[in-house]
Write a protein that binds this ligand. Structure first.
Ligand code: SF4
Length: 250
């Protein structure tokens, strides 16, 4: 087996309920090209070796929990950026599919787009993280350009992706907690409307901030309070209404 086909795993969560539908096993993959200011898993960012797992081991692990998946659940690959480990995914996903397991990928869209085309038939659902709605803001939030995110959306459309997409956006007070920002979020993703089932607004929280201290790093959002959950819900409803209208052709 080629070494690149071994997954570099940060951690595994069993019985997860937040990253996709139903009960899921979540493989958090190590390494991410972005540097989001609010990242609550800074220890998953570095491309350093954590724990190797072969495609076969991954499937064996996922199968142990298969009785809990029911009709909706399955496996989610999150991170870090899971699409940074394409060779591992290209070998693992077909094996999971052979077992009839639903597959979701939580991504910011940064990847190798030729390999992405090969992977698409095996992915049932993308949880697509939208960090910001302009290149300038994207750079401020992630230290990276928005181009790869746009390219990801373009690839799904061009390849006539057969799965579904859930949009996710972390809402930070003073950054995107307004109807105007939700209008811009919608404009950013509206070309994917036929694929999108829902838009999830994730209120910014401060859990994980202590990890920065452990890593000897400064936390950029030190003085930013957690996002008000009720307001985030209100704005989530607002932007989902736009999705409903688009689907109804209004
Ligand atoms: S994409 Fe996710 S893992 Fe990567 S820096 Fe941003 S929040 Fe952290």
């Amino acid at each position: 087996m080629r070494l690149s086909n071994i997954g570099n795993i940060h951690s595994i969560e069993t019985m997860g309920l937040l990253d996709g539908p139903g009960v899921r096993t979540i493989f958090f993959l190590q390494g991410c090209p972005l540097r989001c200011q609010y990242c609550h898993n800074p220890d998953s960012q570095a491309f350093e070796y954590k724990r190797g797992m072969s495609p076969e081991e991954t499937v064996q692990f996922a199968k142990r929990y298969q009785p809990y998946y029911g009709k909706e659940g399955g496996v989610t690959f999150s991170g870090g950026e899971p699409l940074a480990q394409m060779d591992y995914l290209l070998e693992t996903l077909p094996l999971l599919k052979d077992q009839g397991i639903h597959i979701a990928i939580d991504t910011s869209g940064f990847t190798d787009y030729e390999k992405l085309k090969e992977l698409l038939p095996y992915v049932d659902l993308f949880l697509l993280d939208v960090k910001a709605f302009s290149d300038a803001d994207y750079k401020k939030v992630t230290e990276r350009s928005m181009g790869p995110f746009e390219k990801f959306m373009e690839t799904l459309r061009e390849e006539n992706y057969q799965g579904r997409v859930w949009i996710r956006h972390v809402m930070v007070e003073g950054w995107s907690d307004s109807e105007d920002a939700m209008d811009r979020l919608w404009k950013t993703v509206e070309k994917l409307a036929p694929w999108i089932d829902q838009i999830d607004i994730l209120p910014y929280h401060t859990m994980g901030v202590d990890k920065y201290e452990t890593l000897g790093r400064t936390y950029a959002l030190e003085d930013v309070p957690p996002m008000d959950k009720d307001r985030a819900k209100e704005l989530e409803n607002y932007v989902n209404k736009k999705l409903e209208e688009a689907k109804a052709g209004r």
